[in-house]
Design a protein around this ligand. Sequence first.
Ligand SMILES: CC(C)(COP(=O)(O)OP(=O)(O)OC[C@H]1O[C@@H](n2cnc3c(N)ncnc32)[C@H](O)[C@@H]1OP(=O)(O)O)[C@@H](O)C(=O)NCCC(=O)NCCS
Length: 159
Amino acid sequence: MTNAFTISDLRQRPEFFDAVSDRIWRAWWQPRGYPASSISHRLRDNINPAPIPFALVAHDEDKFLGTASAIAHDLAERPQFTPWVAAVWVDPAHRGLRVGAALVDRAAGDCFALGMTRVYLCARPARSGFYGRLGWTAIEHGVGTDDLTVWSKAAAAAV
Ligand SMILES: CC(C)(COP(=O)(O)OP(=O)(O)OC[C@H]1O[C@@H](n2cnc3c(N)ncnc32)[C@H](O)[C@@H]1OP(=O)(O)O)[C@@H](O)C(=O)NCCC(=O)NCCS
């Protein structure tokens, strides 16, 4: 593959729905015993007309590379924060090519374009290098039973 890729809203490229659903399920929900159907059901919310939630897909023409979403709530311990960038995934064969960085930047940028002044995400400490490089600020550590770090990024005008 070339290093060229496109990021699309899943609503514009619904043919990637099954790939997005499959990766989210395998990465985060299959290990907890959830059926694949429960994730595809939830993902349907991301292709409704409401601005948030939304899902993005990174692709090289018709080849799936990765995905990220923006959702209203992600962390039960922090209901006051919204929206969240979540479910960031790049297929292993395409990692290290800045696809993940582009997905996270685009998800945050789309939230800012919708008028949000700040976006959040939560991740395990092992992902700190990734989000720190992308200009996010860690605002809390050790949250919840998964020991998550909460990250935040402000829209340029709100810094
Ligand atoms: C984390 C993930 C999305 C990164 O995607 P990627 O496309 O390989 O990342 P990029 O190529 O855009 O990397 C951007 C920068 O982050 C760095 N980086 C990438 N993964 C990293 C990691 N795990 N730890 C530290 N730095 C990392 C890259 O070296 C690059 O740095 P640079 O700007 O100095 O060149 C990908 O590894 C993945 O899908 N992992 C499994 C799912 C996951 O953990 N998702 C995050 C859940 S919070």
